[in-house]
Design a protein around this ligand. Structure first.
Ligand code: FAD
Ligand code: FES
Length: 284
């Protein structure tokens, strides 16, 4: 049975910076030793709303970047979309405010031991963990091509330093405001062929991950995806985040995406379950 990330630490951490970038907020936190073991794909769970909040559920955010050295010691960076009550509260914080954070949580992207050609695909703020991943893959000698998609230009998060860590960046927007008009999947096959991609990494809404998996399968490529199921506790206790996944033994089980994920083998996820427990699932 999977367990919570053994490196996870819970602490009050300080906001070092909070800047609006397009539709998002880029936030930096001074986290001390929490940053030591953070890997691309891991996430943080933040207690939102302050001491007197009725918002008891922590909110999960993918780690955009982490650093264990520098002026402020360990830092963790997030890209947050002010969406509902919790994320609006978080993005409203000022420098030196404190939040309670648990991190690093969940599984991380697997890194090939040999240099390979990798295609990274992000939807909306799903690009956040992919830039840190791109840096690690480049250090391993991999070729890294990236596709980022969103409904419109302001929802593409692609900072300059991130662009430098990839060999090519293709942007798609549904309204055509920037890049290619359409979805990430409209350009995916062409780029797989053009760059001889050998592995696909993705992060974004579940419908996008499912469509990406379909195309990766037709090209016979390994696909690692960071799933984004709604989470309540983030630490494996509440079962809010379960989804059907074929386990190592071939049996479909309802796995917790906060501890068995968020990074999963795309081929093992049962994408067409329509949020129901598929027949034959272990224990059903
Ligand atoms: C692994 C992961 C990574 C994420 N990364 C990012 C990121 O990088 N940037 C970003 O902006 N957002 C990210 N999110 C989304 C983020 O966690 C919040 O869901 C989002 O910000 C909306 O939260 P809110 O408080 O603003 O909205 P609200 O509407 O106030 O609350 C939504 C929250 O309610 C809870 N919830 C919803 N439905 C249920 C349910 N059925 N049962 C129990 N609890 C429920 C969940 O905790 C959910 O996060 C990520 C989510 C996951 C799971
Ligand atoms: S979010 Fe509670 S078990 Fe995964």
């Amino acid at each position: 049975m999977s367990k919570i990330n053994r490196k996870a630490i819970q602490a009050d951490v300080e906001v070092l910076s909070n800047k609006k970038v397009g539709a998002y907020h880029h936030m930096v936190f001074a986290v001390g030793d929490m940053a030591l073991h953070a890997r691309p794909g891991n996430f943080v769970a933040i207690s939102v709303g302050g001491n007197n909040s009725s918002m008891i559920l922590r909110r999960a955010f993918a780690i955009y970047r982490s650093s264990d050295r520098g002026q402020y010691g360990g830092t963790i960076e997030l890209v947050v979309a002010p969406h509902g009550q919790g994320s609006k509260w978080l993005t409203g914080l000022q420098i030196h405010d404190q939040v309670n954070m648990v991190a690093p949580l969940g599984t991380s992207f697997g890194i090939p031991t040999e240099p390979v050609n990798a295609l990274l695909i992000g939807g909306g703020y799903g690009s956040a963990p992919l830039f840190g991943l791109a840096e690690v893959l480049k250090e391993r000698g991999c070729r890294v091509d990236m596709i980022l998609g969103a409904s419109t230009a302001g929802k593409i998060y692609a900072p300059l330093e991130g662009k430098r860590s990839v060999n090519s960046l293709t942007v798609t927007t549904e309204d055509g405001a920037t890049g290619v008009k359409g979805r990430v999947t409209d350009v995916m096959s062409e780029l797989i062929d053009k760059h001889n991609a050998e592995i696909v990494y993705s992060c974004g809404p579940m419908a996008m991950l499912s469509a990406v998996n379909e195309i990766a399968r037709t090209h016979n490529l390994v696909h690692q995806c960071a799933v984004e199921e709604s989470m309540a506790c983030g630490i494996g206790v509440c079962m809010t985040c379960v989804l059907p996944v074929k386990d190592n033994d071939g049996v479909v089980k309802m796995l917790r995406s906060c501890i068995d994920g968020p990074v999963m083998d795309g081929e093992r996820v049962i994408w067409n379950s329509s949020r129901k427990i598929p027949e034959g699932t272990w224990g059903s």
